[in-house]
Design a protein around this ligand. Sequence first.
Ligand code: 2P0
Length: 332
Amino acid sequence: MTKQLFSAKFRAHTNIALIKYWGKRNKELFLPVTNSLSLTLDAFYTDTEVEFDTSLTSDVFYLDGVLQNDFHTAKVSRFLDLFRKEANRPNLFATVRSINHVPTAAGLASSASAFAALAGACNLALDLAIDTQTLSTFARQGSGSASRSLLGGFVEWHKGQGDDSASSYAEVFDDADWDLAMVFVIINRQAKKVDSRLGMEHTNETSPFYELWPREVAKDLEKIKPAIKAHDIDTVGTIAEHNAMKMHAMTIAANPSFTYWEPGSIEAMQIVRRLREEGISAYLTMDAGPNVKVLCRASEAERVKAAFVSRFGEEQIVIAKPGPNAYPLDKE
Ligand code: 2P0
């Protein structure tokens, strides 16, 4: 029998949460404890090509041109299974070629953009016509934050109800078409010491502060939403910074304690505070690593960048603007 190929290529951008996702209520389905709200960014993205091939007997995965080992390929295979099931083609294997586009100095790879791009590519290649809301529930099962990377601007990921996968989806909250930027301060390019999946599980299970987290997130969301709609960067930034600090405070109170902060992170925080004293609207957030991201006005982003360059170096500072929805690309 002649072999048949079904292929497509997709681009998805990374996102940074202003109200964080930190904990699952269902690990198998990646159902979160709380809603979360992020900003999709233009500076970092993943391009992924998938080629389903009737002659293959197993999946093959290349990342940045390098053939990946069984462990990494198995993660991709589990994700492809969702689409094989949907297409009713359990034995249709694929070659996946994924390229992370990040400024070379950054060394930031993102599972959010990676699984969002792969979800978009699979949907198109297999002609499944899954709508974006439903597709976000697929992306979520690769990595929780990937649910938010299918969409541009400010995106809310709803926690949903019970064990109902379909109710835990992402949708656009605001198109972010206003004077807004995020300046990335790249502190360290090494792989993170505590991966986010283990870090959130450990925090959830051992931090006495975790029981406060769902209530705090609900309050922060209620306050940040009208501020986003009002384009009030100072209120948005103040709430986002406090939300990030509460997440990181929970990790310090975990048992054993851990933190993603490094000395450079704290220096960057001091620079953010100094910028505010100088009248610049600059607010920080941090994720499962030492890098500091600074929310500011696009019109003041160069000035914010300059404040970090003397300490960290030009190539360690990247200005990002709000990014678009994930979209299909022409195949090479
Ligand atoms: C977020 N983070 O909302 C939070 C804040 C990091 C800190 O989502 O286990 O890679 O694959 O669902 O999405 C990073 O965790 O975790 C993350 P899994 P994920 O962006």
